[in-house]
Design a protein around this ligand. Structure first.
Ligand code: AMP
Ligand code: MG
Length: 705
């Protein structure tokens, strides 16, 4: 059985109202692109999401494994007695026409369980209910049951320590309730995708989408040491998805019991394979901790923060946030190395010729030349080594890249030789080891050749490949969420704007910057100045991103809802930075995720992103704090600047190498941003720039653009 392209692990829930956070529905996702765990408030929304995932997988031709922490079957005898067929999937169908579960999680599972109990002799098998639900035939206590004739555990539960019986419907570990609801939903899902979904182990797992049950505690030792998760459920689904993704599925899915047991009771995927699953998990020490809530606090009494102090504080506050993964070298362009690279092999691996020509032993040349040497039969070429030895005083035809044969240490360039096919003649003097490359002269075997934190360039891929390194450990790509706020904004530039509306310019700019920096841009949309909506967008962002950039509403004015929200709920530090253009930079944590509240003004938003966002994101992405390289160039402009703040001017280099600035410093002049190819940085002190005076020019390329 081939492996899956993606794995989803669903921590299902029997909640009767919409709920987020611990003990609600969490979905872990693993695949070639890792994603953070997702939290969904209702079963209905979860099923909608799963339908969309399945459709996307089918369109992409991907194989998808979806596992649920519910029982797919009940102990032996149950299915046949209830449905007339000893098949778990018959119970699914039976439940799907009886279970009601609405968009708000309101459901009739206790009533259905009571109805099932009535089909069996005695009392039970289902038990457990809230005290407020006095249902005849559904005892509140397990000990009240008798005579129903069914076993307490399934065969699979007997080998899974701690797994709860399917009959228990209420309080901790009540897998029964989750299973009644889950089986009904999954039965409906099967009918929507009849040809593409298989249920393991009742069916052969050879369809594009396979559903299986699992038990989240299988990997508990890893969950205990995991850090950086919103809650235990998030850690469980994330780690188990990763473990399943890298597991040998053929082993995990090899028939674990007799076919009739599997068809009727089902089986917990991974049961009995706990050690193998744990062995596949990343080292928990490599999972970075979250940021501290007070990490952006500025000391009391600091009013205007100079740019350099702001940068220093930012650097101290942040640390790498992304986890690491191992990927193939050829896919690693633009990724950040998480561990230094060591050569598996030297470059060049053996001494070889740097030119096309004739090779021989230098020591055997007598006198100053000219020389005539007899040629041995055969030749040495790249990929076609000469197997014999070239005796002292003889020469061999040799081509570029060919390993130097035994007896050869020096090569004379073909153009400097004459040959009749039997002999070769050339002039002296010839330097020993001329035109030859020593083994390892570039990089020795086992040498460290690239440091952790390196963003892999095209040339790095050449080097890494040449040194025989096929896989590299890299940081996952930083996920950068971008959202715009403002009642005046219109998202779609193709839509017709009212006079009071302007098109959202910041979001496309910031998303493209994130992409160019090698991160995953996450579009969190454009929102009116409405705290509830912005708050919901930040919630989304906190779930899907490592860092969020907002623009607009970051000052302290009436309509500055972003800063208000962040102050109330996100431990905001508003940094009044002595910088033009740029107003306060709002820094906060939203559910542990850093938020950069940028000014709405596109010019200020870009400058703040380059000056503060660039080094901060590099640090969080694992590539360290990056200071942009500037150049001293002669000014082609005049400017008087006041003391007390740093200024950045939109600039570019003229054809004769001076730096010119955009005609207007107006902060709404987006055309100047587009015109510019870099920024001129004027220091914190007063300064008068006149033509010819050197100024510091930082090209956009120094900011990674
Ligand atoms: P604010 O920071 O919200 O007070 O906005 C400052 C200025 O930037 C106002 O003129 C806004 O209309 C403008 N602005 C805010 N967000 C954007 C955006 N996404 N695109 C273009 N202009 C914006
Ligand atoms: Mg605004």
């Amino acid at each position: 059985m081939s492996r899956f392209d993606r794995v989803l692990v669903v921590d299902w829930s029997a909640n009767s109202t919409p709920k987020l956070g611990a003990d609600s529905i969490w979905i872990g996702r693993a695949g070639s692109h890792s994603q953070p765990p997702e939290n969904i408030a209702t079963r209905a929304a979860t099923m909608e999401m799963l339908h969309a995932e399945i459709r996307a997988a089918l369109v992409a031709g991907e194989r998808l494994l979806i596992t649920f922490d519910i029982g797919f079957g009940f102990p032996r005898g149950f299915a046949e007695h209830l449905t007339g067929s000893a098949e778990a999937l018959a119970v699914w169908d039976w439940l799907s026409v009886r279970i009601e579960d609405d968009a708000q999680n309101r459901n009739n599972r206790f009533e259905v369980a009571a109805a099932i109990n009535r089909c069996f002799p005695g009392i039970g098998p289902f038990w457990g209910r809230p005290n407020t639900r006095d249902l005849a035939d559904l005892p509140a206590k397990g000990t009240a049951r008798e005579g129903h004739g069914l076993a307490e555990l399934r065969a699979t539960e007997a080998i899974c320590s701690g797994a709860h019986p399917m009959w228990k419907l209420y309080t901790t570990g009540s897998v029964g309730s989750q299973s009644l609801l889950g089986q009904a939903h999954l039965a409906r899902l099967r009918t929507v995708f009849p040809d593409s979904v298989a249920v393991w182990p009742m069916e052969t797992p050879d369809k594009p989408v396979v559903l299986a049950e699992t038990y989240l505690s299988l990997i508990n030792p890893a969950v205990k040491t995991a850090r950086g998760y919103a809650c235990k459920d998030a850690a469980q689904v994330d780690l188990l998805a990763r473990a399943f993704f890298s597991a040998e599925m053929a082993q995990l899915m090899a028939a674990p019991a007799a076919p009739e047991i599997l068809r009727e009771e089902g089986w917990i995927l991974g049961a009995g394979h706990e050690a193998a699953l744990l062995a596949n998990l990343p080292d928990p020490a490599l999972i970075p901790p979250r940021l501290r809530n007070d990490c952006f606090a500025m000391p009391q009494g600091v009013d205007w923060v100079p740019v350099d102090l702001a940068l220093e504080r930012l650097r101290a506050a942040l640390h790498p946030l992304t986890r690491v993964e191992d990927i193939a070298t050829h896919q690693a362009g633009g990724r950040v190395l998480a561990a230094l690279l060591r050569a598996h092999r030297a470059n060049p691996p053996a001494a070889n010729s740097a030119v096309d020509g004739y090779g021989f032993a230098h020591a055997a040349l007598a006198g100053d030349g000219p020389y005539t040497l007899p040629l041995v039969t055969g030749r040495a070429a790249a990929g076609q080594p000469f197997g014999g030895t070239v005796a002292a005083g003889q020469a061999i035809r040799i081509l570029t890249g060919a390993i130097l044969p035994a007896g050869v240490d020096t090569v004379v360039l073909e153009e400097d030789c004459a040959s009749d096919g039997a002999r070769v003649a050339f002039d002296g003097p010839v330097k020993p080891r001329a035109n030859s490359r020593k083994a390892g002269e570039d990089v020795g075997a086992d040498a460290e050749f690239l440091p952790a934190g390196r963003v892999l360039t095209p040339a790095d891929l050449a080097l890494t490949s040449a040194l025989g390194v096929g896989h590299v450990r890299v940081h996952e790509r930083l996920r950068v969420g971008v959202l715009s706020t403002g009642d005046e904004l219109l998202s779609d530039p193709a839509a017709e704007a009212q006079p009071h509306q302007i098109y959202d310019a910041n979001r496309p700019m910031l998303l493209e910057i994130a992409r160019r920096w090698g991160y995953v841009p996450v579009d969190l949309g454009q929102w009116p100045d409405d705290p509830a909506k912005i708050s919901a967008a930040l919630d989304q962002g906190a779930q899907h991103c490592d860092v969020i950039f907002t623009s607009g509403g970051a000052s302290a004015g009436d309509e500055d809802h972003v800063s208000r929200l962040l102050r109330e709920q996100g431990s905001l530090s508003s940094w009044r930075i002595a910088l033009k253009p740029g107003r306060p930079l709002a820094l906060a944590l939203w559910q542990g995720v850093p938020v950069f509240g940028l000014p709405g003004n596109p010019v200020a938003a870009l400058v703040c992103t380059l000056v503060f966002g660039r080094p901060a994101l590099s640090l969080m992405a694992g590539s360290g704090w990056q200071t942009p390289q500037g150049f001293q160039l002669e000014a082609a402009f005049t400017k008087r600047k006041k003391a007390g703040r740093r200024e950045y001017l939109r600039a570019r280099v003229t054809s004769d190498g001076q730096v010119e600035v955009f005609g207007s410093e107006g902060s709404g002049r987006i055309s100047g941003l587009s015109w510019a190819e870099g920024l001129v940085e004027l220091g914190d002190n007063a300064e008068t720039v006149t033509p010819g005076k050197p100024v510091r020019y930082i090209p956009f390329s120094s900011f990674g653009l």
